[in-house]
Design a protein around this ligand. Structure first.
Ligand SMILES: [Zn+2]
Length: 258
């Protein structure tokens, strides 16, 4: 567990992350995803916070299994999720669609369309905190598997994120940074940025410090899925002169077989 200036990062299950944002003035506390209730409740109780809002990114069990217990513990909890996936999410107090905003005491969260990992997947951008809660779409140094959506959908999702301000920090649903970095090294990342992360990740692991919270600017130097328009990345993927979309699909395919 780690508290940055505004975001509390909670490890759940084996490699999931949940996130809390709290506002002392309003007393609002916002949770992004609920992999399991116990560590989240422990974090809330340790700080004396009452959970008021829960924003869900997608319907997979390791993102929603904590919802029922949290709703029982905090009866006024306001649960928000994608309208498109309402049939397979826990009961929602509000169904949102891309383009909507969720206003809380802890800031305004813009709902972004983020299909690819699942078709109903959404992400939340909180501009005041310069935070993108990307769920299982954009990951640190990688991107999520394509369980339901197409490579084109994930390409468009990543392109949406790439257009956010460069100082936006990425808070993803899992910690796969080390495996993703090893894979990313194949695709001509910026040498200096790669070296820095290769040196840093083992230290973070030793300290038990989360790897998330990398800026989009840093990701654009390393993450192959944000670099598929670059000739050296197309070359490394074995598809020189191919479109960025085709290079993206090929890199994702290679990762599935890695
Ligand atoms: Zn998932």
């Amino acid at each position: 567990m780690r508290t940055t200036d505004t975001i509390t990062i909670i490890r759940c299950l084996s490699d999931n992350y949940a996130y809390l944002m709290h506002d002392a003035t309003s007393g609002d506390t916002v949770l992004i995803d609920a992999p399991e209730a116990a560590p989240i409740q422990a974090a809330l109780e340790a700080r004396g916070w009452t959970l008021t809002h829960l924003l869900l990114t997608h319907h997979h069990a390791d993102h929603i299994d904590g919802v029922a217990a949290l709703k029982a513990a905090y009866p006024d909890l306001h649960v928000v999720g994608a309208a498109a996936d309402a049939h397979r999410l826990p009961a929602l107090d509000r169904q949102v669609s891309p383009g909507d905003t969720v206003d809380t005491g802890a800031g305004r969260f813009a709902v972004l369309d983020a299909p690819g990992h699942t078709v109903g997947h959404i992400a939340y951008h909180q501009p005041q905190a310069q935070a993108l809660f990307s769920g299982d779409s954009l990951m640190v140094h990688g991107c999520g598997r394509l369980f339901e959506g197409s490579a084109q959908q994930m390409f468009d999702t990543i392109a949406t994120f790439a257009a956010l301000p460069d100082d936006t920090r990425v808070y993803s649903g899992h910690d796969y940074a080390q495996a993703n970095l090893t894979f990313a090294a194949r695709f001509a990342p910026d040498a200096q940025a790669l070296e820095q992360r290769q040196a840093m990740l083992p230290k973070l692991a030793d300290q038990g410090t989360p790897t998330v919270g990398v800026t989009l600017a840093e990701e654009k130097l390393i993450n192959p899925y944000l670099r598929t328009h670059l000739p050296q990345v197309a070359q490394a993927a074995g598809l020189p002169d191919a479109t960025a979309e085709a290079v993206f699909a090929e890199i994702r395919r290679q990762k599935d077989n890695a």
